[in-house]
Design a protein around this ligand. Sequence first.
Ligand code: HEC
Ligand code: HEC
Ligand code: HEC
Length: 321
Amino acid sequence: MVAGDKDKNDNASYLQAAERFAKSEIVEQKNCITCHTIGKSGGTVGPILNQVSNRRPLDWLRKWLKDPNATKPGTKMPNFQFSDAELDNALSYLKDMKRTVESEKILAANPEPMKAGEALFKAYDCYACHRIGDQGRFIGPNLTWVGLRKPPEWERIWLKDPPAYKPGTFMPNFHLSPAEIAALTAFLHSLQGQHNDAGRKWESITAFILDARPRERGRLVAERLACWSCHGENLAGGIKNPNAKPDGFVPAINSAYLDFSEEELQEKILNGSMPEKLVPDGESPPFACPPWKAALNDAELADLLAYLESIAPESAKWEFK
Ligand code: HEC
Ligand code: HEC
Ligand code: HEC
């Protein structure tokens, strides 16, 4: 390879491609930028698109743009009813929005796995969907506390092939090598709330702008701690927890406000709770409810309870009273 070849593919070219797309007639007409960051600016509703072709093959992107709802039912991304010519045009931009990730160099330059993992996290732009502190977007679970809630063995299985572990998940398969997975896992496990205050600060500014009531502030707290990463979307359950009583799933908590007294809830949330085994001499369930003491102050705990109250089913609340 001659030096000139490499330049075409270096780290600036994906950003130039993103800037070209940002100025294209498609983005201008359809206003993709209200929801997506493309190049240096844009909205925060959807993933950052600058490196989208690092994680999505062209056929996936074609299908997505044709009908987002077919891939992710209920998505906020509209169906733009593209013509075939418009689709080809959009894809010709998206395919260049791909960064060459020189993972061997990154691994060699960072002998400490945690540091290598941090560099890979940036290089693959995991921030496109995930948040740590006040950085990144909101499509995947917030990772500020991921090291507290998930064991490294599980992270390794997840990162290898997310759709294989959980069919239908929106997290793409990055086809990471075992060395990359080991480094990313070390970095993820190190995330034990060091960036919590940055997230908190962002929330209080957001709450101020939105004039948020306790239950909305509580929703932001639940997002930061990513309760949904175990209790499922809308905290309605559905996440497997093999060999956990009573049914091998993490419980739904959207009606927890009705099932427990406030004192019981506070105690469970602050101190955590370990599920019992379904088959006593079987393996321990991979997930337990972590103790959230270190993550919550009194005001945040009260807001979180207000949020849990607000999502409890109306009919049951009515009967309850
Ligand atoms: C109203 C907000 C909105 C608009 C406008 C919008 N999108 Fe999206 N888009 C989303 C959301 C949200 C997602 C992520 C899926 C989800 O969480 O529902 C997404 C996902 C995507 C993805 C997949 C990204 C990935 O990392 O997998 C692509 C590609 C994409 N959008 C392209 C576009 C393009 C091109 C336009 C303009 C023609 C556009 N979007 C306009 C909200 C929007
Ligand atoms: C296109 C969006 C997207 C991108 C990009 C993405 N993820 Fe995810 N990720 C998700 C979603 C969505 C989930 C939640 C999975 C589910 O329950 O379906 C998830 C889940 C996770 C989890 C489990 C989190 C938890 O709290 O339990 C980890 C860890 C993770 N992703 C790491 C990564 C890493 C590392 C990268 C970069 C190599 C990455 N993700 C890139 C969307 C994304
Ligand atoms: C790592 C996965 C995980 C995360 C993240 C998590 N939980 Fe849990 N949670 C569990 C498991 C597993 C149980 C069941 C424990 C048991 O059986 O004693 C549980 C139980 C609970 C219960 C009691 C529900 C019941 O029916 O027994 C409440 C309330 C609860 N969690 C609240 C929360 C809140 C609030 C958050 C976010 C701040 C959260 N959890 C985050 C795994 C998790």
